[in-house]
Write a protein that binds this ligand. Structure first.
Ligand code: WTA
Length: 658
């Protein structure tokens, strides 16, 4: 396209090219038993947003009722002002008082194969003992506590103990380095760290405590360290600072009065990486957050009393906070926690767990589904997965092939799939099907949750017509939204509220189809500009993966003299597939045929690995560097040793930020 021609037209924010027309109405048997069976909920929430959320909040237990449902002074929202509550009471005491103390809160499985189950009554006792231990160690209301642990039961106990005494936690994923831990401790000015000697990963003990020691040599705010015993590996303890969990927690009084927290008191900080190196401390508060996660958990997953819900994430991510811990426990649900990697001792581990605990709902990430696809369907086929009735995904756009595979190989064709779009910042899922009423489409997160006012804007802040792509925005507050970036209001306003004043901009591209269903198109920072066309990475990756010889793909833009940017595709072939320039050429043509000639990658490079963040997101910035730094003659390049090494190093280092 010539420049003159490009400016003639209205500037298109992101072009929508991929068409996916398979639709899946809710299976009649599922729809018939679903809690939400009518679209009326959308109208009700739209007509009276505050009334809708107040009705949901009233399902929680409050010490003091709120006076004001919502105070909205953009960009700051406050929910349920004047209300007082305690999160641990809502997660535990309430269910025990209602006679559900013997219900299992978590089935837990360690990587080596050790198992435990903890009931609501037992969890309440452990939480109160731990809360009393925290008090003994000098933690009081408002003090921040950093938690750096493997997926053992002491982790949810520690988080809930913090909520009992009103001490905000900041959980740092156990895979992060000492330096990342130190950054987060320093930014949050944590007074105490809760950790463990280590955890099990890939069949081996993986130490954590040494990282805490290294982090604390860089930190000044931490006074005490509480250490749970998991691996039994030798650990250095600093006298007067470090104390073993099993030496201080078990002897505590099993009763601890819950702190009466204000609805807008800080519940936790969770750090998320941004475009610059310094992570952002995303601030969440109490009453609105708990209302948002409990409501979405119950409605999106159609929760019944007898469900066994497995959110196969780590508690160190927001997905774990909202849908392993706070949402499910508020709803009195039985959950599953698994410590280790999905392919230990072999890739059937997850399916073994589903069968053993009769899991009814499984919630995971597309990256995990693609890993299972790569390992092959025979692992799942060896197990009885008939207990499953609903599946969910979160974390990145799911390519239609992975969606279909999940639906057929794991869900046996009978389970609806809820593709939930949300962020650390949003606290709760915002774009999602409701499984009893929504017709799903592979790759679409479908509709805004009731009461959520989403839209898609062009560069100038105008809503784009159906069918077009642009910037996803949220135009009204929701209860679980972030209340800011800790100690950095300027960055909060600049990052989320400056692109379109008064409107929340999450940083994602999206399009809406003719039915008004949303299709996420990746981070707008990753959009490629090819000959004046703004193309989404997601669509081209989906096209590549739809060839059944491809296991995974990542595309980035590479500067190009002729077209501005050219599409560079990194491709992992399925095991047993021989890669060749001819296959690369076929894949290029496949993209052209599926999407259009503009989407034909200029270069296809085969690689055995892709660099990912710890939460499984592809590190495109690194791939862009690799793509840009290469002398590339022909259009298809087989993995060269240098590239593979670079990618491997990055994968191993597991860089913290994107
Ligand atoms: C992406 C995870 C497409 C998106 C809960 C978002 C998704 C970022 C989806 C937040 C989805 C999450 N479809 N993209 N269903 N879910 N994303 O903070 O780019 O780890 O902005 O929160 O993941 O990632 P975060």
């Amino acid at each position: 396209m010539t420049e003159a021609k490009a400016t003639e037209q209205r500037e298109i924010a992101i072009e929508a090219l991929l068409a996916e027309d398979r639709t899946f109405p809710p299976p009649p048997e599922f729809a018939a038993q679903a809690d939400i069976q009518s679209n009326e909920i959308y109208e009700r929430a739209a007509a009276d947003l505050e009334g809708f959320w107040a009705e949901e909040a009233a399902k929680l237990e409050w010490f003091t009722p709120w006076e004001t449902v919502l105070e909205w002074k953009p960009p700051y929202a406050k929910w349920f002002l004047g209300g007082e509550l305690n999160v641990s009471v809502n997660c535990l005491d309430r269910h025990v008082a209602a006679g559900k103390g013997d219900k299992v809160a978590y089935y837990w499985e360690g990587e080596p194969g050790d198992r435990a189950a903890i009931t609501y009554a037992e969890l309440l006792t452990e939480v109160q003992k731990c809360a009393n231990a925290l008090k003994e160690l000098g933690v009081g209301r408002g003090d921040r506590v950093a938690i750096y642990m493997p997926m053992i039961l002491e982790l949810p106990i520690a988080m809930l103990a913090c909520t009992r005494i009103g001490a905000p936690h900041t959980v740092v994923f156990g895979g992060f380095s000492a330096e990342s831990l130190a950054d987060r401790i320093n930014d949050s000015q944590a007074k105490l760290v809760i950790t463990a000697d280590g955890g099990y990963r890939r069949g081996k003990p993986s130490p954590l405590k040494p990282n805490v020691d290294a982090a604390l040599s860089l930190s000044t705010t931490v006074e005490r360290v509480l250490v749970a015993r998991r691996t039994g590996e030798p650990v250095a303890m600093v006298n007067g600072r470090d104390v073993w969990w099993d030496e201080i927690v078990p002897g505590q009084d099993a009763r601890c009065e819950p702190e009466r927290m204000q609805s807008e008191d800080m519940l936790f900080l969770l750090y998320t990486s941004g475009t610059t190196a310094k992570p952002k401390g995303i601030l969440h508060t109490t009453g609105g957050y708990l209302t948002g996660v409990a409501t979405t958990h119950r409605s999106i997953f159609d929760i019944k009393d007898e469900d066994v819900f497995w959110c196969a994430a780590d508690l160190g991510w927001v997905t774990g906070h909202s849908y392993i811990l706070y949402g499910p426990l508020t709803n009195g649900t039985t959950g599953v926690m698994y410590e280790g990697t999905p392919d230990y001792p072999d890739p059937s581990r997850w399916w073994d767990i589903v069968e053993r605990y009769q899991v009814t709902i499984l919630y995971t990430a597309p990256t995990a589904i693609r890993a299972h696809m790569k390992w092959g369907p025979h692992h799942a086929a060896r197990h009885d997965l008939s207990s499953l009735r609903l599946l969910g995904t979160v974390g990145e756009p799911i390519n239609p092939e992975a969606w279909i595979w999940y639906q057929q190989q794991i869900g046996g064709g009978r389970c609806p799939i809820v593709d939930t779009w949300w962020q650390t910042e949003t606290g709760m899922a915002l774009l999602t099907p409701l499984p009893g009423i929504t017709t799903t489409k592979p790759g679409s997160a479908t509709k805004p949750f009731p009461g959520v006012d989403a839209d898609i804007f062009d560069n100038d802040g105008n809503a784009v017509p159906l069918g077009e792509g642009g910037y996803l925005v949220l135009k009204k507050p929701w209860p679980a939204m972030l209340r800011g970036i800790y100690n950095d209001p300027e960055r909060y306003e600049r990052t989320y509220w400056s692109r379109f004043p008064g409107v929340y901009f999450p940083g994602d591209g999206a399009r809406r189809d003719a039915d008004g269903d949303y299709w996420l198109m990746g981070r707008v920072d990753d959009v490629m500009n090819v000959s004046g066309h703004r193309l989404s990475t997601t669509e081209i990756e989906s096209a590549l993966v739809s060839d059944d010889r491809v296991a995974e793909a990542a595309v980035v833009g590479r500067p190009d003299d002729l077209t501005g940017e050219a599409i560079f595709a990194f491709v992992i072939a399925k095991s047993g597939i021989e890669t060749s320039p001819a296959l690369g050429e076929e894949l290029r043509q496949h993209c052209a045929a599926k999407i259009g000639p503009i989407a034909r990658p200029k270069t296809v490079m085969f690689t055995p690995d892709l660099p990912k963040t710890r939460s499984g997101k592809i590190m495109r910035r690194l791939l862009r560097d690799i793509a840009t730094g290469r002398e590339l003659g022909d259009t298809t390049t087989l993995a060269d040793a240098g590239v593979v090494e670079q990618i491997r190093d990055a994968s191993r280092a597991g860089k913290d930020d994107e």
